[in-house]
Design a protein around this ligand. Structure first.
Ligand code: M6R
Length: 593
């Protein structure tokens, strides 16, 4: 949700900025912009609506002053104000002495803007972030040091930020974070700051994650040592840009669907050894729990419900589902373990919910794909879902890996606390080890049988997904994937609920996708749909329209159906001419509430 990059490099900064922005584009792609110091000490600012390609084109034709090695850049997911060039970052102060890029939300922006306007500041955009430029300008009147001026300006701000400020003349860059992610790395090529390691992984061996409230000068030459803060913990960079190359695939989603068997095998290899003996759980140092609350959003919430269902089926423990953005509605009972699931580990709704639970003294177990994320740092225990970089905005391989990692730690907890026997846990691990082959087979089948179905549904305005029991989170995931990629209505319902209202939506040819979890009552629900002319697509075992599911299901339900619904959504979306990697209005890392 907005990506920022800043660098002070020995070679011209613009190459680094454009490359990094391309890799951050998944965080937002409404507009993009950079501010770069010229060799004469001015700031050259270029912004465009839309994607990075337009900006790259404008730089290929650049006939302005020579640019040097200090610059900042931003890719925007619009929150405050429409998608226009004026609203694109970087934002300048009145005299153009500083440029600012910001990720986050300034909650008191309206009030600050009124005060600054009354003081004579001229605003050129409607975005909240622009108040930062003018606040820093104001602070600089009395505090000439940029770092101090930024600190002082931020004292007036309520909200969240990761920001970078470039100063005209000196080319100094100051970066700061609070509630939004920012990492900093010092390398042989120069100094970098970015929203995400994926942006700068090629140039970096290790990096630090800024703590909330930190303000630092990016350039080592200017860095002052804050004695109140411990020296930063350095994280080794294990990502490579090659991991995010398309490698011949048409889009990242196709590649990430195909990667699922391999990444599933990797997670099982990493975690499987600690399941039956309970050591995966005991190693986390968490207390025994009597109930579970799943906290997450979107696909991660669906994965969480698979994990919750598994726990409930194996041990009968109560499980509640907390939509993170509505976490205030639930108060967990004593003995609750909160399972916070987030691919990015930076989802604002999840972080807020987790903060509330920490205040309520609930232990937090995080399952995340980013072990240095804010969620990982706030949680009492962390299990990595090790899916590797996922670039497509639609979650695919992270869904499967979250389920496996969450199931592994859940079964380990049950074994460690004697709620299931070690031999039962070992048998479940054997079942998990079969998943990579099952997922690979599901992909092969889905890719052959789904395209004709997708063609059939191009005119359909809406889709219904139904299932029962352990199949329901997969039906929910199917509807989510389809709507986010095709921009067509898609809803999921427990199959038994159809007759209580949604059946009114079914007419001639309405597509109703059944995720068949083997519940015999589904046959009646299918008949109800067919009697009204609905077109059933059954994702199930042999004999189904999409035969991807084995008869013997683990307690985690029909996980192979995830591959089928991904292929259905992608194929239909492509046939409709959609961009499956960057669906409209969305972004991958949702760092605003
Ligand atoms: O990073 P997170 O897992 O916390 O993101 C939560 C949702 O925004 C995310 O799962 C979203 O629903 C998917 N990208 C949809 O495919």
């Amino acid at each position: 949700m907005c990506g920022i990059i800043a660098c002070r490099t020995r070679e011209p900064a613009i190459g680094y900025l454009l490359t990094a922005l391309g890799r951050l584009e998944y965080r937002g792609y409404d507009s993009v912009g950079v501010a770069v110091r010229t060799t004469g000490g001015d700031i050259a600012r270029l912004r465009t609506v839309g994607r990075i390609g337009t900006l790259e084109h404008r730089f290929r034709q650049w006939a302005g002053p020579v640019l040097d090695g200090a610059g900042i850049g931003h890719t925007r997911w619009a929150t405050h104000g429409p998608v226009t060039e004026a609203n694109a970052h970087p934002h300048n102060d009145c005299p153009g002495r500083i440029s600012v890029v910001h990720n986050g939300t300034i909650e008191n922006a309206d009030r600050l803007r009124d005060v600054l306007r009354a003081q004579g500041h001229r605003f050129t955009s409607t975005v909240d972030s622009e108040v930062l430029s003018h606040l820093i300008e104001d602070a600089s009147q009395t505090t000439p040091d940029l770092c101090e001026a930024v600190r002082q300006a931020l004292d007036a701000v309520e909200g969240s930020w990761a920001l970078a400020v470039l100063e005209r003349g000196s080319g100094r860059i100051v970066v700061a974070a609070d509630g939004s992610p920012l990492i900093v790395a010092h390398t042989a090529r120069g100094d970098f700051a970015a929203s995400d390691i994926a942006a700068i992984a090629d140039w970096v061996e290790e990096f630090q994650v800024l703590d909330d409230g930190e303000v630092i000068d990016l350039s080592a030459a200017h860095r002052s040592v804050d004695e109140d803060r411990p020296s930063p913990t350095m994280v080794r960079c294990i990502w490579h840009s090659a991991d995010t190359d398309l490698n011949g695939y048409a889009d990242h989603m196709a590649k990430e669907i195909d990667e699922q068997p391999a990444v599933a095998a990797r997670v099982i290899d990493e975690l499987g050894g600690g399941v039956a003996d309970g050591s995966l759980w005991t190693g986390l140092g968490l207390d025994r729990f009597d109930r579970l609350q799943v906290i997450a959003c979107g696909t991660s919430l669906n994965a969480g419900m698979v994990i919750g269902n598994t726990l409930h089926q194996l041990a009968g423990l109560p499980v509640t589902r907390c939509v993170a953005s509505e976490a205030g509605m639930d108060v967990p009972e004593p003995g609750t373990l909160c399972l916070a699931i987030s691919q990015s580990g930076e989802t604002a709704d999840v972080l807020n919910a987790v903060s509330a639970r920490v205040a309520e003294r609930c232990p937090i177990l995080a399952v995340t794909n980013s072990s240095h994320s804010t969620l990982a740092r706030r949680a009492d225990g962390v299990v990595s879902c090790s899916a590797g970089p996922e670039i497509g905005v639609a979650a695919t391989k992270t869904f499967v890996c979250q389920i496996i990692a969450g199931v592994a730690v859940t079964v380990s907890a049950l074994a460690a606390t004697g709620r299931i026997s070690r031999s039962h846990a070992a048998a479940l691990v054997d079942d998990l080890r079969r998943l990579p082959d099952q997922l690979a087979a599901a992909a092969t089948v889905a890719k052959s049988v789904v395209p004709p179905l997708a063609d059939e549904f191009l005119e359909a305005t809406g889709f219904i997904f139904i299932s029962r029991g352990a199949g329901l989170p997969y039906a929910a995931e199917g509807a989510l994937k389809l709507k986010e990629l095709t921009y067509r209505w898609a809803e999921h319902y427990p199959a038994g609920e159809l007759k209580h209202g949604p059946l009114a939506l079914v007419g001639d040819g309405t597509p109703v996708v059944v995720v068949d979890n083997g519940d015999p009552r589904l046959a009646t629900n299918i008949a109800e749909v067919q009697a009204r002319g609905g077109r059933i697509v059954r994702i199930g075992s042999i004999g189904s329209s999409v035969p991807v599911i084995d008869d013997a299901l683990g307690p985690w339900g029909p996980i192979q159906s995830a591959v089928a619904v991904q292929v259905l959504a992608r194929t239909t979306a492509l046939a409709l001419g959609r961009d499956v990697d960057k669906p409209r209005n969305l972004a991958k890392s949702v760092t605003v509430q």
